[in-house]
Every structure is written in structure tokens, then in C-alpha cells.
Write a protein that binds this ligand. Structure first.
Ligand SMILES: [Zn+2]
Length: 175
């Protein structure tokens, strides 16, 4: 089984200045839904991670976050894609949890829940911390640009999810 773990914000959807706080804030990046559909057709299983420290302060509330994810999953399905599960770090940034990147907890949880070795998984990441977390858990991480969240001049592996998926499917991504 082939796995791709995708960060939500900056990989699948745009990153609004104040974050995605309600379903209407969730807007896919150009080509991301089509890329997820291609992964599905090629037999990859897709999982999503997201770091939502706002939940600790009630913005968004967990119930609203769930509605945001319903909208996301419906949008992905409507284009022919499929996401197996969404893994969330809902803790405050200063809580010291093990699931906030660059700590690897979110990725380790995926490995545990799916009973897989992450050495066979790719992680498409929007931040340097996410890529570090994925690598620490044993996954092959790629950093995508285009999200607007990276520091100016930060080197990226691919400009977009579409570019990464194209390369992955045509065998141009090195392990
Ligand atoms: Zn956490």
C-alpha cells in the first residue's frame, strides 16, 4: 500500500491571514483537488494532518472544525479524490504537546493507527516544521511552496501539490 500524508493548510487549501475559522474560509489551492484525484486513481491512500492551536481557545470550536473538514472531504470527493482520515493537533502552541510539529507525534499516530511503517509514506508539507516532524517519524517529506507561509527565499521541493503528484506518479521523486 502506498501512502501520502498531506498537511491541510498550504498544501490542499489556501491559508487565510486569520486561519480557516469556518467552512466558508476553506478554499482549495489551484490544482490540489485534481492532484488528490490523481493519487486516488493511482492507488495511493491519502491522509491529512492539521495543526489547529486555535481550537484550544475556542476559535474554531471543535464542532466547527469538524464542519470545515466535512466541507473539505466533500470537495475532494466531488473531484474524485478520497481522504481516509484527518489527524488534528488541537493543542495550544505553548502546551508542549508531542503532536505539534516539529515534534513527530501526529505522524507517529498515523503509523500507529494504520499499523504502517512510514518509510513507505510520503509527506507533503507546507512548513519546515512539518517536514521535520514527518522526517523524524520516518516518512519521506517534501516541502511545497505556493502557500505563502514560508519565509522568503526558502527552498522548496515542489511549487504545488499538483507538481509533486505529477513527479511522484511519473517516478521522478527520489527516495
Ligand atoms: Zn498537539
Amino acid at each position: 500500500m502506498k501512502f501520502v500524508i498531506l498537511s491541510r493548510d498550504g498544501v490542499i487549501n489556501r491559508v487565510p491571514v486569520n486561519g480557516v475559522r469556518q467552512p466558508d474560509d476553506w478554499v482549495p489551492l489551484p490544482g490540489s483537488l485534481e492532484a488528490l484525484a490523481r493519487l486516488q486513481r493511482e492507488g495511493y491512500r491519502a491522509l491529512v494532518t492539521t495543526v489547529q492551536p486555535g481550537v484550544a481557545g475556542g476559535a474554531p470550536r471543535m464542532e466547527t472544525l469538524n464542519r470545515i473538514h466535512v466541507r473539505m472531504l466533500e470537495s475532494i470527493r466531488n473531484k474524485g479524490g478520497q481522504v481516509d482520515a484527518v489527524f488534528v493537533c488541537p493543542h495550544a502552541a505553548d502546551a508542549g504537546c508531542h503532536c505539534r510539529p516539529p515534534s513527530p507525534g501526529l505522524y507517529e499516530e498515523i503509523a500507529e493507527r494504520l499499523k504502517i511503517n512510514l518509510s513507505s509514506a510520503y509527506a507533503a508539507c507546507a512548513t519546515v516544521d512539518e517536514a521535520a516532524a514527518a522526517r523524524a517519524a520516518g516518512a519521506q517529506a517534501v516541502l511545497l511552496g505556493g502557500s505563502g507561509v514560508l519565509a522568503p527565499g526558502q527552498e522548496v521541493d515542489f511549487d504545488s501539490l499538483g507538481d509533486f503528484v505529477d513527479a511522484l506518479i511519473s517516478g521522478r521523486v527520489e527516495r
